[in-house]
Design a protein around this ligand. Sequence first.
Ligand SMILES: Cc1cc2nc3c(=O)[nH]c(=O)nc-3n(C[C@H](O)[C@H](O)[C@H](O)COP(=O)(O)OP(=O)(O)OC[C@H]3O[C@@H](n4cnc5c(N)ncnc54)[C@H](O)[C@@H]3O)c2cc1C
Length: 459
Amino acid sequence: MIEKERIKHLNHIKESEGDYVLYWMQASQRLHYNHAFQYALLESERLSLPLVVYFGLMDHFPDAALRHYQFMVEGLLEVKSALSKKGIRFVVVHNSPEIGARKLSENAAVLVTDRGYLRIERDFRNRIKEKVSCPFIQVETNVVVPVDTVSQKEEYAAATIRRKIERLLPEFTHPMELGPYEVPMYSDALPVEEMLFENLAEILHDLDLDRGVLPVSHYFRGGYSEAKKHLKKFLEEKYSNFASLRNDPAVDVASNLSPYLHFGQISPLEIYLSLPLDLSENRASMVDELIVRRELAMNFVEHNPQYDTFGSISSFARDTLLIHKNDPRSYLYTKKELEESKTHDPYWNAAQSELVLKGKMHGYMRMYWGKKVIEWTASPEEAYDILVYLNNRYSLDGRDPNGYAGIAWCFGKHDRAWKEREIFGKVRYMNDKGLERKFSIGTYVKNVDALKQGEDSNG
Ligand SMILES: Cc1cc2nc3c(=O)[nH]c(=O)nc-3n(C[C@H](O)[C@H](O)[C@H](O)COP(=O)(O)OP(=O)(O)OC[C@H]3O[C@@H](n4cnc5c(N)ncnc54)[C@H](O)[C@@H]3O)c2cc1C
């Protein structure tokens, strides 16, 4: 079932002749629990036309490096193989995505796409929406509750959006099944130059991209089937301790699903529906992270045009940080020193090393990591830019609404005012004593050291 709120017509064309239905896959790089793919399949059936699935693979996607490209292409190769088993053609064009979408839409009866929320994803759609000569339909499938249905304005905090989301959840949590659709394969020539999309090494070789951040496939390999393995492990081995140990960096009870959610390789609805139907704190905690916090982040980037800069911060937090801008700092580090984990703080260094080596940092350490950069740089504006840079460059799940909202949170966004203190003003502060009091933080440092030794011995 595809709820009508997920569907939006991006132009005014109602009907058009064409040789195929075109699904422009962009933010939802999967077939399972993909309402946009399902919508396109239903259109194929209705119009008795073949379905063509298209992906535009561009060089130098902003802030993405080899690490991110490899993860994404691993997932897309799986999409291609699953489509070919269904007899559906997958076409990849080596260009900016909207260019191939527009060209292919010239012969299409309908153009369907999914919905990403970042500026660049909106720009891709906006650039062509008036130029497409067939109906152009967006189907929202990377959130449980459609963003505009939850709220038409920027929400103030998790508490304000939680009530709205909880009320709407029953309407948007229907299981989805891919029916036994029989669509003929489109085998004629297409009006674009297709990329030979078969071999991971050759695909990556042909792209012009930043190769300075190495892949981390030995920790996280891309693709739906890998996402399902993480989900299975989470449900079988971690879920029962999720609420009590989620914040503890010394143990690993997090799902590790964020890289897969970022590339749309798994759907949040599928994860939600796979949780045990119990009344436990574990379920409540996972639902709060996966839906409330995550969809608060979508609301933030949708409604706050400055989401990736210090300008996005709410006035109380911005004012208080600027009042304390010239407070003396005990330590000042450059971007390079931070990037290379060269601070006096072993816990912070471990967190940054985990990010670089593994492509993902423990969720609780992310908060500490962000707070300390505010304390150790000359201004909150500089701290903001450095955090965005490090998070986007090294994290597999970076360049995501969650990343921008997480960084903004470190600067007081979606949080309340606390007791005033130096540098932070009324913005919440975190310190190493808190880590020592709450966790076996030495174990976390040792675990990261073991990662480093593993990397060294592998050359
Ligand atoms: C400074 C900072 C930067 C961050 N950068 C990113 C980022 O680039 N990408 C990213 O996906 N998350 C980011 N987060 C949010 C959070 O830390 C990660 O989503 C989480 O650690 C991902 O690991 P997991 O999938 O194992 O999480 P789990 O604990 O297993 O949670 C399951 C899912 O819930 C969602 N979730 C969990 N915590 C949060 C949260 N605080 N806010 C929003 N959604 C959440 C994620 O989609 C996550 O995959 C950031 C947080 C901070 C403080």
